[in-house]
Design a protein around this ligand. Structure first.
Ligand code: 5GP
Ligand code: ZN
Length: 110
């Protein structure tokens, strides 16, 4: 856990969030400023900064995050309709929060 990291604070329960999914390794919660009718963030509980700082031991948890995206899609009935999973990386990639997260968006065309 990194002091001052907003997503680590959510993991620890120190900041509120609308949790949609949780297991030992992964947490998913609603984005505070949704940009689509459904906008969730899926994060590894363990602090990883970004794709740019991934180590080989992080592969399993990142794969797990992708599987959680699929599970949430099916649970929310978007499995067939489709959805977007994206990961902003670095300053020119639009990353603002440096705790790796997948954006899961659905319900909007384009
Ligand atoms: P980034 O630009 O780093 O890929 O995305 C960060 C996302 O986190 C943004 O979509 C923003 O709305 C969301 N966000 C920032 N702070 C908070 C927070 O405290 N709680 C929640 N639920 N979402 C947050
Ligand atoms: Zn963190």
């Amino acid at each position: 856990m990194i002091p001052g990291c907003v997503f680590c604070r959510i993991v620890k329960g120190e900041s509120p969030a609308e949790i949609e999914y949780e297991d030992e390794e992964v947490l998913a919660f609603k984005d505070l400023y949704p940009k689509a009718p459904i906008h969730l963030l899926i994060i590894p509980k363990r602090h990883i900064e970004s794709i740019a700082s991934l180590e080989s031991e992080d592969e399993a948890v990142v794969g797990h995050c992708v599987r959680v995206a699929r599970l949430l899609a099916e649970r929310l009935d978007y499995g067939e309709r489709g959805y977007r999973v994206s990961c902003n990386t670095g300053p020119e990639g639009g990353q603002v929060v440096y705790h790796l997260h997948l954006h899961f968006t659905a319900g909007r065309r384009g």
